[in-house]
Design a protein around this ligand. Structure first.
Ligand SMILES: NC(=O)c1ccc[n+]([C@@H]2O[C@H](COP(=O)([O-])OP(=O)(O)OC[C@H]3O[C@@H](n4cnc5c(N)ncnc54)[C@H](OP(=O)(O)O)[C@@H]3O)[C@@H](O)[C@H]2O)c1
Length: 207
């Protein structure tokens, strides 16, 4: 069975975006600093249709995640920021299911990325993503509201946090409202000079 995983950049004080995130200010004030380690790695640049870049352990982590993902699920607020900024072809190169309460026709881009809009909830989005992924894993891309729902419903198998050595002070927190009973089993740590990649398997709730 394919896995359902999330992979999020985070500041040391627990924010996945700064305040004021919106289209035109992606990741909010100061939030792009969370991803500074990723912008110059080879695989990320290739997915932005740019040549060159670092090919070290940070690149291995990014490549692994793209390679294993057969489909993506994301929240409409994340999508709205990317819609105005992602190149064509966008980085996903796979079907993307966008959770929203507002119906919209699918948006077909080059390179295998189609954004389909799902208005009947996370279970439906996951069913559609699993089918589209054809045996590969499903990545829950974010943002916080979306990943939290998958955690709370027990649908997330694996959570990766890419912990950036910086303090944002305010913004969007991933774990706000998540039960302290959340069961997490540390599975892998990859440390680079730029960021610490933490992988947890989600387990049964703690007693
Ligand atoms: N650090 C990272 O790695 C990372 C990764 C991804 C995103 N981000 C950032 O996270 C921020 C966005 O996170 P967020 O928590 O504010 O929002 P989000 O999860 O991206 O999107 C929330 C929106 O998704 C829709 N939605 C969510 N659950 C739904 C459901 N069950 N049924 C129908 N619609 C549903 C709703 O859209 P409607 O309002 O259209 O109904 C809701 O307003 C952005 O700034 C983004 O850049 C950071």
């Amino acid at each position: 069975m394919s896995k359902v995983f999330a992979s999020l950049g985070m500041s040391l004080d627990g924010f996945i975006a700064g305040p004021g995130a919106r289209p035109g200010n992606p990741l909010g004030d100061g939030g792009t600093r969370i991803h500074e380690w990723v912008y110059d790695v080879e695989t990320w640049r290739a997915r932005q249709n740019v040549e060159g870049g670092r090919a070290e352990q940070d690149d291995d982590v990014v490549r692994e995640n793209f390679d294993r993902s057969g489909a993506y699920v994301m929240g409409r607020r994340m999508f709205a920021e990317g819609e105005v900024g992602w190149p064509d072809p966008p980085p996903f190169r796979a079907p993307v299911f966008v959770l929203t309460h507002t119906p919209r026709e699918p948006w077909v881009r080059q390179g295998g990325t189609t954004f389909a809009f799902v208005t009947d909830g996370i279970h439906s989005a996951l069913d559609q993503a699993r089918k589209a992924a054809a045996g590969k894993d499903v990545q829950i891309s974010g943002g916080a509201e979306t990943v939290r729902q998958f955690i709370e419903a027990g649908l997330l198998d694996e959570l990766q946090i890419h912990l950036a050595p910086l303090v944002l002070g305010a913004g969007v927190r991933l774990f706000d409202g998540v039960s302290p009973a959340l069961g997490l089993e540390p599975a892998r740590v990859v440390a680079s000079p730029r960021v610490t990649h933490l992988t947890y398997l989600l387990t049964a709730p703690r007693a």
